[in-house]
Structures are given as C-alpha cells and as structure tokens.
Design a protein. Sequence first.
Length: 290
Amino acid sequence: MKIAVIPARTGSKRIKNKNFKIFHDKPIIEIVIDKILKFNFFDKIFVTINDKKICNYYKKYSSKINILYRDEAVSNDDSTIYDVMQYSLKQIKRYRIQPKFICCIYPTSVFIDKKNLVKGYMAIQNQNYDYSFGVKLAEKSIDSFFKLDKNLNLVKSKNQSNSNIKKNTYYTDAGQFCWGKYVCWNSKQHVFTSNTKAIKLNPSYVYDIDTVDDWNKALIAYKIINNNNLNQTKNMKIINQIQNIRSKNNVNWMGILKVAFRNSPNETLKLLKEINEKDNLITKAFKNIG
C-alpha cells in the first residue's frame, strides 16, 4: 500500500500561514490536494494540521482525504520532518492499514508532477532504495547541497560555505516530495545516505516557496504554465475536430471518385495517374531533405 502524507501547519514566520494563504483563487494547500486527488495514484491521502478549526474545515473538504490533528509538540520550528512523519504514522495506525511506502508531499508544491512521483515510487519499490526525493540544481544562495553519481545516488551531503560550488555539479532538495519506506520514516532514518535515489526535476517547475519573493515568482510561473496547458488543451480539441471532419471528408471524396468512374472511367483513370505521379515527385523531394 502506498499513501501520501501532506504535513501542513500554521505559524510560518516569513510568510504568515503560508500553507493556507490564497494562491490565485484558493488556499495553496487546496491546489496541492486537488492535484494529488486528480493523479488517482495513492491508496490513501492524509493531511496533518495543527489547528483544530482548520482541521474541522478540511474534514468537510473531500471524503477522499483523511485529516489528522497534529500536536503542537511536533508543530514548532524545531520539529523536523522525521518527527512529523513518525508522529503521523502513529496516528495512521488507527485506520487499520499497513502502508509500505509513504510519500511526504509538501503543502506548497503546486508544481508537483505525477510522472516524477511515479519515478520516486518505482525507485523504492523496485530498486530497493530507502528514500527517493525531487532535486534541483543548486544555486549559490543555497547553503545545503549534495553531489550525485551517474546513477543519481547521493554521494555527499554538505552544509557549509558554497563559494566553491560549480555550476551543474551540485543539487539540493526541490521541496516537493520525498518517498520513504515505512520502516525508514518510522525509525527516523536520515534521508541523506547513499541508499537514497534523487529524482531530477525540470527547473521550470521547481519553486521552493520560503520567502515573499519566492511566492511572487511562483504566482507568475503558475499562471504562465496553466495558460500554456489550457492553450494546449484547446489546440488539441481543435485538432481532434479537424481530424473528425477530415475523416468524413475522405468518405465524401471516395463517393465522388465512384461517381466519376461510373460516368467517365477513362478520364478519371487518367487524372488518378497524374495525381499518383505528382505524389511520387513529392516523396522523392522528401528523401532529399536533411
């Protein structure tokens, strides 16, 4: 069984109540929840929240998600993701399920993609990694970074000065998702080991939202990407309509051809030969391309 856990809390410092802040037309966490539901990939989805009023609200949001109240002891600035996940798994026990693979999905990861989630899942299910998570190329402003080998395994974790960082050589957590085996999350085993698989993400779809500037950049990017997707959907609809009309037109042309043969077979055959000769010339011209 594979489940998703979305750890959301109030009380963020740099962006007040970031996880529940309106992002375009709805709270950012709802965009993430809706995307995960649309993926139709997880057996169960859990959202952990440290505010009882917000908990009660989201219990009515969808019957397809499960809301867990998160104690303040694991909701402060000192709480690690390992603390939160271990605490969440203890709560999940009352649902009488035995998940083997758990994906921690961050509540502001509006650019999360199903394809990358599947890659991460396959890494721990089929390749026996302990963890897998999304990564992006490190920037000079990031203090925590690591290197990958040719198989995208973590080589070395760093938390030091990055003045010697070389472009395209170091990576950092993309802040979208992290898959882990139940036994690893439950024992708070560290993610940054050689038995962790990195899933490289397209940098155009990575915005780790920590500051107001990050938030504003993500707003713009989300609007652009969404508009592109809408245009693609619209164009594909038009193409399908054209294909449907052309298929009917092909039937009409065959009808005309039959009528022509009945009334003037010799002239019709002559025209068809000319059309075929011109088609052959076009075929030869294509062979000369490149």
